[in-house]
Design a protein around this ligand. Sequence first.
Ligand SMILES: NC(=O)c1ccc[n+]([C@@H]2O[C@H](COP(=O)([O-])OP(=O)(O)OC[C@H]3O[C@@H](n4cnc5c(N)ncnc54)[C@H](OP(=O)(O)O)[C@@H]3O)[C@@H](O)[C@H]2O)c1
Length: 243
Amino acid sequence: MRTALITGASRGIGRAVALSLAASGFGLTVSSRRDEDLVELAAELRAAGAPRVAHRASDLTDLDSLPPLAEAHERAFGAMSVLVLNAGMAAKGAVDTFPLRRFERTLTVNLTSQFVLTAAALPLLRRGAAADPEHGARVVAVSSLTGRYAEPGLAAYAASKAALTSFVETLNLDEAASGVTASAILPGYVDTDMTAGLEGVAAETMIRVGDVVTVVDMLVRLSRHASITAIPVSRSLSGGYRA
Ligand SMILES: NC(=O)c1ccc[n+]([C@@H]2O[C@H](COP(=O)([O-])OP(=O)(O)OC[C@H]3O[C@@H](n4cnc5c(N)ncnc54)[C@H](OP(=O)(O)O)[C@@H]3O)[C@@H](O)[C@H]2O)c1
């Protein structure tokens, strides 16, 4: 059985990715901040086809909660095929008035926690790769197009996501020999809770959650011999170089 750990699985992109991997027969560990959301989600994932579902609440601002999340997956499955680094937070504001604490929180949630969780999961991913020589194991990070092409007011968020993309690219280089590949998806604006009420971009022009799911599905189907480090996905009306 292939298995995946998905953060930010309660809503939006993470939830849709979890449902899709469940339908593909993955054993799943899902996480977000509230246990009650995860209990309900776990039942839905089982109904959607996941042979086994583990869940553990974890807040990405609490870095000590992340190794136990990887351990929960290890207890349930012993190894990991796919790590989906999806949970993240939005942050908008001018540089000169952006509170330092908020900047640090943005970096902790969108970057440091991803590094810490990946480090904790790597032994499991290497084990998963050894057990599945065709697919190997793969880290998929939901980064952002704003980390590549600047978007007004998003200096903190974009910097955190640019660093996340860079982290994934080096991880891919470092781990390829162990069969672990890593990919960052860089979406522009996607129609989720995160973009609700965003001024200037109509929801109906946004990328659909299902589009991001399709990219994740493609990545997890690749063999270990193919690596795609970064996949930009822009809104069709943005011209390709804006979120
Ligand atoms: N929507 C977009 O336009 C867009 C574009 C590019 C990239 N992205 C990225 O895509 C990812 C998913 O976003 P989304 O649009 O699906 O947003 P969403 O619908 O708001 O969902 C965010 C998810 O992240 C979790 N999360 C947020 N803060 C957390 C924290 N401190 N600790 C643990 N979990 C936390 C939430 O869990 P709770 O239920 O606990 O809140 C939720 O499951 C994010 O990394 C985001 O930056 C989004």
